[in-house]
Design a protein around this ligand. Structure first.
Ligand code: KG4
Ligand code: ZN
Length: 342
């Protein structure tokens, strides 16, 4: 079965073709980062309009790469939430229309489930049950995955997501948008020990995160500093270290709590090398297997949506014809795989 995947939840237009037998056939991505950079953040209306412009050419490009025609498509999976409503509606309308025109099933995919399953696009796949650290621009959570489709949220952020914390801190340090990768790059040259940073919510039990205090602490440090480039790099390094340490502490707790043997890292912040290396080392120390997607599949992409859609298609699920998108769509409200129509 060949599934066309469409991702338009935020500022990346992603398209992919996934074959249930042969795996990923082709994928293509257009990032709107440069378009939004001049505004210092994503402008929803501009994002929607650009998805309209890029989506169909990207689908054609993807079909060409895979040596297929649209008649080879057996199902269309599209991100229906969570995300920016206008942006989601572009992918949802396109996905449903293509499915209807081709007479094939359409599948509304949850973006966070896409992120969570992205490591399964790799040859070394995580095996359920596992704990997933899902850290993106919109969400930060620890999820217990008992089976594909059976998700229990163990803890979430009470305020900013990890990605937001990276982006806002980067903006404060004058690093532009999107800040996460730029801050991570600068942190490589900094001394993480020069300033002290809190490890939020680690002094009390629980698996919740909170990053807004850390952000305020960083702002105060920066405003009181000489704002030279060494200080900028040292603050970036200290901030990143604090986020990574906090995640390590919470992941360890989640692993102990669930007695899971496997940890999956996914979502845009999962591209952070310091986070990957730290959790990898922790895995070696505590005997967990740690898996994550390749870097390009940590951030938004069409491949994870095609894959997630394919899992649900294979389980006999598909979505009715109504055009529906959901700005909020908690991952623990998804129907289990094998539960029939969604
Ligand atoms: O998953 P994603 O592409 O979009 C959402 O679903 O939100 O995540 C984007 C987030 C942004 O906040 C971006 O700054 C962050 O992931 N990010 C990083 C890195 N690469 C992307 N944060 C820290 N270090 C990175 N290397
Ligand atoms: Zn995402």
């Amino acid at each position: 079965m060949i599934v066309l995947g469409i991702e338009t939840s935020c500022d990346e237009t992603g398209v992919a073709l996934y074959d249930s037998d042969a795996g990923l056939l082709a994928h293509a991505l257009f990032s709107q980062v440069e378009i939004h950079a001049e505004y210092g953040g994503v402008v929803p209306e501009i994002a929607s309009r650009d998805h309209v412009r890029k989506l169909l050419p990207l689908i054609n490009q993807c079909l060409k790469k895979a040596g297929l025609t649209r008649h080879d498509i057996d199902a269309v999976a599209y991100t229906a939430g969570p995300g920016l409503i206008g942006a989601l509606l572009v992918g949802t309308a396109a996905g449903r229309s293509i499915a209807m025109a081709l007479g094939v099933p359409g599948l509304a995919v949850n973006h966070m489930e896409g992120h969570l399953l992205a490591p399964m696009l790799e040859t070394e796949q995580p095996v359920v049950p596992f704990v997933a650290l899902l850290v993106s621009g919109g969400h930060s959570m620890l999820v217990e995955v008992r089976a594909i489709g059976e998700y229990q949220i163990l803890g979430e952020t009470l305020d900013d997501s990890a990605g937001e914390a990276f982006d806002k801190t980067a903006k404060l340090l004058g690093l532009g948008y999107p800040g996460g990768p730029a801050l991570a790059k600068l942190a490589e040259q900094g001394d993480a020990e020069r300033f002290s940073f809190p490890r939020p919510m680690t002094d009390r039990p629980g698996l919740e995160f909170s990053f807004s205090g850390l952000k305020t602490h960083t702002r105060n440090l920066w405003l009181k500093s000489d704002k030279d480039s060494k200080t900028q790099a040292d603050i970036a390094a200290g901030f990143q270290q604090a986020v990574v340490d906090t995640m390590l502490i919470k992941c360890r707790r989640a692993m102990q709590h669930t007695r899971a043997q496997q940890l999956v890292i996914a979502g845009g912040v999962g591209a952070n090398l310091s986070l990957r290396q730290t959790l990898q080392k922790a895995g070696e120390k505590y005997g967990w297997k740690v898996t994550y997607p390749r870097l390009e599949f940590c951030t938004d992409n069409g491949a994870m949506i095609a894959f997630a859609g394919c899992q649900r298609l294979m389980a006999g699920q598909h979505t009715g014809p109504a055009l529906q998108a959901f700005p909020r769509w908690p991952i623990d409200q998804l129907p289990p795989i094998g539960a029939g129509g969604s």
